[in-house]
Design a protein around this ligand. Structure first.
Ligand SMILES: [Fe+2]
Ligand SMILES: [Fe+2]
Length: 146
């Protein structure tokens, strides 16, 4: 296995605090996916409300905030573009959450729909780490951030 990839196939940035948050988020998503696959249909409602809407949102927002503060602090030239990528994703997730919640109001939301949402979130995060986080990490490491 490539040394640059840690648990869960997450590419390491080499910045400790960031890597720890990435691994935590991806591990949460993997765990969530497993729990959705195994759960009874009645429990889906609770998983969407508690884990997807409240739990994930908290970890993802906290992480984005951590990155943005760091990028501003070191005057990363592409900080605004990086922030825009985060906002774009947060908006898409909000739309997805709203759709899931609306659906739940009228019928039983399907496992497939919830799984699709969780996989979309994980794929986006893993892709964003490899494409964009790695880029700012190179810059920050040049500034001596570890
Ligand atoms: Fe990140
Ligand atoms: Fe990021």
């Amino acid at each position: 296995m490539d040394d640059n990839f840690g648990a869960g196939g997450v590419e390491a940035t080499g910045i400790r605090k960031i890597d720890a948050q990435h691994e935590r988020i991806v591990a949460l998503l993997t765990d969530l996916e497993r729990r959705i696959e195994d759960c009874e249909a009645e429990r889906l409602r609770e998983i969407v409300a508690v884990d997807i809407v409240k739990g994930l949102e908290y970890y993802i927002n906290t992480h984005f905030e951590t990155e943005q503060v760091l990028l501003d602090e070191y005057h990363y030239p592409e900080a605004a573009a990086h922030r825009a990528e985060h906002s774009f994703f947060v908006d898409r997730v909000k739309v997805m959450q709203k759709k899931l919640q609306e659906k739940q109001g009228v019928e039983q939301v399907s496992k497939a729909a919830v799984l699709e949402a969780v996989r979309f979130i994980r794929d986006w995060i893993v892709g964003h780490i490899s494409a964009s986080d790695i880029k700012y990490a190179r810059f920050l490491k040049e500034q001596g951030v570890e």
